[in-house]
Design a binder for this molecule. Structure first.
Ligand code: IMP
Ligand code: MG
Length: 191
């Protein structure tokens, strides 16, 4: 089992069992591949990386230490609230103080699941006149994805199951686990 190479085969969080799924080593190698893609694509473009908190802190740190590239990093939070617009809810990117007009922006995510979060981020950037925008994510659930926007840079594709570790949490717990652990229950529902 993959978990064996992380040194921890399984772990319990809030009373539910998660088993080792992707080792920390495999994850590092996959992040290295994404770094190489970005290195080529953004050479001389001085990209601005936009990490989506909380989960993306791990991916951002690991990815950027692999990049031999002039670049900047900032973090945002996505906040949704019900406004008075006809669409019903309004989304804001909190913490984006940089001037992003004309910049090549790379949004960093811990995981892209249905794509709702990334759609909100894209929405908030749409009137900011950026030079380009793309997405890089640690994990991607292609079976769950419902948006049109292409997720160009993916470290690891995972099945439509709930996972934790390396920045991803289950109700606040598990972010600090090395590698990725998967919920050991036959459910596709988020927990
Ligand atoms: P999306 O908006 O459906 O793409 O999902 C976005 C957010 O849901 C992610 O940024 C995570 O915070 C959370 N999420 C989705 N799937 C998982 C998972 O398997 N484990 C932990 N968090 C998840
Ligand atoms: Mg979360």
């Amino acid at each position: 089992m993959e978990g064996a190479s992380t040194g921890i085969a399984s772990v319990e969080l809030h009373g539910r069992a998660f088993v080792g799924f992707i080792s920390a080593n495999e994850l590092e190698q996959a992040i290295g591949r994404v770094a190489k893609e970005l290195q080529v694509k953004y050479a001389d473009k001085r990209p601005l990386f936009l990490g989506v908190l909380n989960g993306a802190y791990f991916f951002a740190a690991k990815l950027l230490e692999r990049l031999d590239l002039e670049c900047e990093l900032t973090f945002v939070k996505v906040a949704s609230y019900h406004g008075t617009s006809s669409s019903g809810s309004v989304t804001q990117l909190i913490g984006l103080n940089e001037k992003i007009e004309g910049r090549h922006v790379v949004v960093l995510e811990d995981i892209v699941d249905t794509g709702g979060t990334i759609a909100h981020v894209m929405d908030s950037l749409s009137d900011r006149h950026v030079a380009s925008v793309s997405v890089a994510t640690l994990l991607f659930k292609p079976e769950a994805y419902k948006q049109q926007f292409p997720i160009e840079h993916v470290a690891v594709r995972v099945p439509d199951r709930f996972v934790v570790g390396s920045g991803l949490d289950y109700d606040g717990l598990g972010r600090n686990l090395p590698g990725i652990f998967i919920l050991n229950e036959p459910t596709h529902e988020p927990v």
